[in-house]
Design a protein around this ligand. Sequence first.
Ligand code: HEC
Ligand code: HEC
Ligand code: HEC
Ligand code: HEC
Ligand code: HEC
Ligand code: HEC
Length: 352
Amino acid sequence: MKVSLPYLKSYLLLFLSIPFLIFSSPGSASAADIGNCLLCHKYPGMSRVDEEGKFRLFFINESIFNNGVHAKVKCEGCHTDITEIPHKPAKKVDCLVECHIVEPSSEKKFSHKSVETDLGQSVHGKIDSAGKSKKYANDFPECKDCHDEPLYRPLSFFKKVRPGISEASLGRCRVCHKKDEFIYRFYNHVTTRLHKSRNPINIAEVCARCHNDSQLVERHGLSTKAVFSYGETFHGKAARFLDERIPDCLDCHVNKGESAHQMLSHKNTQASTNDMNRGKICSNIDCHPNASPKLATYNVHAEFNLKQSPAQYFFTVFFIVLTGGTLLPLMGIILLDLIRRFFPNAVIKRRK
Ligand code: HEC
Ligand code: HEC
Ligand code: HEC
Ligand code: HEC
Ligand code: HEC
Ligand code: HEC
């Protein structure tokens, strides 16, 4: 078996966490009836290295699970092939499976099928408008490519997970509603959906896997490594250093009021990034409310290389030369001056 560096790191983290895991109290089982599975899966050390040498973690952190969006879904609701215990190796989960939950406004059994429809019609769909499979179909993202919920990600429990319940606000519901479980469930349900769950850098990381892959970018005739160029321009730099008011990929690429799954190619006239609509993104009330439509001609994906954006490239080179050309001679003069001050009588060659 070959053990590479990332796995060693995982082991180290796991080892260091043992005291923390033993003394952290498990959350209360208020949500889905997950007791049966947790009989075994509640043990933090439950893990092994599989046949391919990959580290697998089978531990389910109950308190993260109960505070997550899927808290009301039973384990078997997603892991549908597990019907007996002890169980056989599990199949991959299908995110579009219909679960036992009933959606209240239509009273139909709930599933994420509508998201698949949106995704299918977007630039990320695998099938083109003529009904044929697009070229390089494997390059297109599936649910789990973008939604690597911490729950599914090994070792995620080392990161800080904030469930999003504000005790202060809960007090306001208690004035009228008497059952805490009811309040918790609805407050959590609504509030976690009222704000983005990822910050701009996290969103960019989701897209980076494909949109920074130069081979994929070339295969699909895209003009830029979009996450890289985002990071090169003001927006990306500000996102790294400032706060979450900076636009992320979704703020520009999703039409207001639509699902994040409906992103379109900028060549599509319905796209927010299409030349006809771009002005509206920038003059958004939260961004540059008084901007003239001209602002939208600014190249937000400039890579500063000769091929993609020659104007930006020459400006960058000009400023590097200007800065270097001013600073270096200046430093040279200061150095010579210092030498003269310290060695007032020094000469290189005495005149005869
Ligand atoms: C009797 C103990 C036990 C119970 C109860 C149990 N599991 Fe497991 N489960 C295991 C063990 C042991 C493994 C690791 C198997 C391995 O080494 O591949 C595992 C692995 C898994 C895996 C990943 C394994 C794979 O094959 O990829 C899933 C998913 C899973 N369990 C889901 C469930 C669900 C859902 C339930 C409840 C319905 C459940 N388990 C109840 C012992 C249990
Ligand atoms: C909303 C759907 C959903 C629910 C609910 C859910 N899981 Fe999973 N689970 C997944 C997905 C997705 C994966 C990633 C592997 C895959 O694609 O099948 C996963 C992976 C796992 C793994 C294996 C991790 C690995 O590295 O292979 C275990 C063990 C597991 N789940 C146990 C549980 C238990 C126990 C519960 C109930 C407390 C539960 N799951 C509830 C969707 C779910
Ligand atoms: C699994 C790979 C993958 C992931 C992850 C991914 N994309 Fe894409 N995306 C693609 C592919 C492939 C295309 C090219 C589609 C085509 O050939 O027309 C594309 C095209 C696009 C386009 C259209 C470009 C144009 O022509 O104007 C936008 C916008 C876009 N993606 C945004 C995003 C954003 C934002 C994210 C992150 C939330 C993301 N993508 C995540 C694979 C991916
Ligand atoms: C290209 C990346 C991408 C793919 C592929 C993708 N999603 Fe999403 N999804 C997102 C982003 C980004 C959000 C917004 C999350 C946030 O606010 O941080 C989101 C949000 C959601 C939401 C919450 C509702 C909302 O709009 O905020 C659900 C439910 C969802 N996705 C389900 C799915 C399912 C099911 C699939 C597979 C059919 C899928 N997603 C595929 C990127 C993706
Ligand atoms: C001033 C009293 C009051 C406060 C404060 C209050 N509610 Fe309500 N709530 C009600 C009343 C009365 C109803 C039922 C009448 C209705 O449907 O409008 C209700 C209905 C609901 C329902 C719908 C239940 C159903 O089955 O239709 C939910 C969910 C809910 N409240 C959640 C909350 C949450 C969460 C908070 C705190 C953020 C909160 N409420 C604060 C009085 C209040
Ligand atoms: C400030 C708004 C804005 C932000 C933020 C933004 N984009 Fe764009 N994006 C655009 C516009 C406008 C276009 C149209 C083509 C152009 O001008 O480059 C575009 C084009 C694209 C393209 C197609 C490039 C081509 O010409 O083939 C992709 C892919 C893309 N963006 C992905 C992303 C990803 C991923 C992120 C996040 C890391 C992101 N965008 C952030 C506005 C934005």
